[in-house]
Design a protein around this ligand. Sequence first.
Ligand code: GYE
Length: 326
Amino acid sequence: MLKRISAVVLGGLLATALAGCGGDGGGAGSGDDDGTITLGFAQVGAESGWRTANTKSIQDSAKEAGIELQFSDAQQKQENQIRAIRSYITQKVDVIAFSPVVESGWDTVLREAKDANIPVILTDRAIDSPDQTLYKTFIGSDFVLEGKKAGEWLVAEYQGTTEPVNIVELQGTTGSAPANDRRDGFAEVIKADPKFKVIASQTGEFTRAKGKEVMDAFLKAHKDIDVLYAHNDDMGLGAIEAIEGAGLKPGVDIKIITVDAVKDGMQALADGKINFIVECSPLLGPQLMELVKKVDAGESVPERVITEETTFTQEQAKEALPNRQY
Ligand code: GYE
């Protein structure tokens, strides 16, 4: 299975690499003769509704901006992303953007891009390297703030009670910026009151299937779960299946907080199965293309571009659903 996946990814990369060879030989620094900017984008994967909307936003806005997009899907594996970035360097694309699947381990490949004079933009997720010269800018959400918003809702929801509140947590991909930051932001807010207890916390890899599997295990191990905090809608939706399968009512017997606010999540919120969603916008494409043009032209860009986001209660979800784009 593994072999087959990497063969598919490699095949795809080879195809894009070959397509790149047919060009005019222009590349980083030298610029293509026809002035078209080529962007190499190394995506995380297709793990969630958020990611699907993010990919579409990037593809649509590249087209609209007249930017030639080389796109690869790393199937949530860092080695695939590194391979894709190396292939973009070999192809001499004008700009590289990527959404790092995990926070650490990027210095070597990013130094290679820097040595080749290809500017890099971090999209959606951060890296933990202290060397900020390895990339031009980072566009994406404030995940710590998202975790805090989740915690603040919980604190308000249980205001005035002294009983213990038992929380289970479905974390995102281990080592990823959104998993680390959403965990930390949430923990920081709830630690103010010792009645809040995270009794189990495990990764659900940001997918529906894994969210269901881990929630099944949580339900078997703990009879007294009050709250589920899931780092994205998809894991929350998988967990809802597990909760219903155990004969319990999601949103009532177990309160559920998630992050993202994709359509399926918003529907479950409007239906009363989720109690609160912290929004994380995947529509980064248009702003990313603006940044690509600027770094390609050698113009200065802000070090950090933060996405603006809100939160949704069940009532607010009902109102917002008809116009939700993703
Ligand atoms: O919340 C999750 C996705 O990096 C913000 O990745 C993104 C996260 C998003 O798989 O659904």
